[in-house]
Write a protein that binds this ligand. Structure first.
Ligand code: CO
Length: 294
């Protein structure tokens, strides 16, 4: 495998994703409309010359992931909401995926939970080197979260990333005991611990306005072919589609599409997430989506 040929694309996509994440974090304030925040994040990514790799996820409270506002969403954030700003950008299929958690309104009641996810991420990243067993990364993540008296979500994982494939073959579990894989120099992976004060696992909630093509639908339906040309196998949302003919084509093609449910904590617990896209370097992880200098 080795390093991606166009490593500069991966680095640039990750820098844009990191800036978009920070923008999102700054916009998640009491009274801000969710749809406005999602669109601001996605517009920023396009302005920087990249494309969103998936719709901006703004999951709240016991929602762990996979909620993006729909076209008609007018709901606003409230003080005390725990919001996961999970952002992806890509350049020609070179993808970065990164997330941070915000307690809206700076109420600081959930700092321990937010820090548990960050600690898990830092510990996981610190364990990365070529040849490391994924299981050792997972154990480091879980230990850091347990050290704050909280639980990692056991059925959500980080993932390897390949061109146009957000979730490529390799999972990076947030608890040990699930992986026989090792990491190789040159691999790009996303590490994304979720910490909770609930049961420690998620189940499927309602549709979160995110879907993707499982495969190329072919040329038979020109509307679908156009949409596939635009999104390939990456997740997208109806907010990005203006033409009614295309929305209609998507309704007809439901079997070609994967729809994502919102992931909801099974015990009703609050969930915090932290995520970076990293490159497995010659002797340690390089954080591609690190916060940009002020
Ligand atoms: Co991810």
């Amino acid at each position: 495998m080795g390093y991606p040929e166009d490593l500069d694309h991966w680095r640039r996509a990750a820098r844009i994703a990191a800036e978009a994440r920070e923008l999102g974090v700054s916009l998640v304030v009491p009274g801000a409309e969710r749809r406005f925040v999602a669109e601001a994040i996605e517009d920023f990514i396009r302005t920087e010359g990249a494309q969103p790799a998936f719709p901006a996820n703004l999951s709240r409270n016991d929602e762990a992931a996979h909620y993006t506002p729909g076209p008609e969403d007018v709901a606003a954030f409230r003080a005390g909401d725990l919001v996961k700003v999970d952002v992806g950008a890509h350049l020609d299929g070179a993808i970065a995926d990164t997330a941070e958690t915000v307690e809206v309104g700076g109420t600081h009641r959930l700092d321990n939970l937010v820090r548990a996810a960050r600690d898990g991420l830092a510990a996981g990243i610190a364990a990365v080197r070529p040849g490391v067993r994924v299981n050792d990364v997972s154990r480091a993540i879980a230990s850091a979260i347990h050290a704050r008296g909280l639980k990692p979500i056991e059925n959500l994982t980080g993932h390897s990333i390949e061109r146009y494939l957000l979730h490529a073959g390799k999972a990076i579990p947030n608890v040990p005991g699930f992986s026989d894989a090792t990491l190789a120099e040159g691999e790009v992976i996303a590490i994304e611990p979720f910490a909770t004060n609930g049961a420690g696992s998620i189940g499927n909630g309602p549709f979160g306005n995110i879907q993707r093509f499982r495969a190329d639908p072919g040329a038979k339906d020109p509307e679908l072919a156009r949409l596939f040309g635009r999104f390939r196998t990456l997740p997208f949302t109806a907010r990005w589609i203006d033409r009614p003919e295309e929305l209609e084509a998507l309704r007809r093609a439901r079997r070609t599409l994967q729809t994502y449910p919102v992931f909801v904590e099974r015990g009703g617990g609050l969930v915090a997430q932290a995520e970076h896209t990293i490159l497995v370097g010659p002797d340690r992880a390089e954080i591609l989506s690190a916060a940009p200098p002020e």
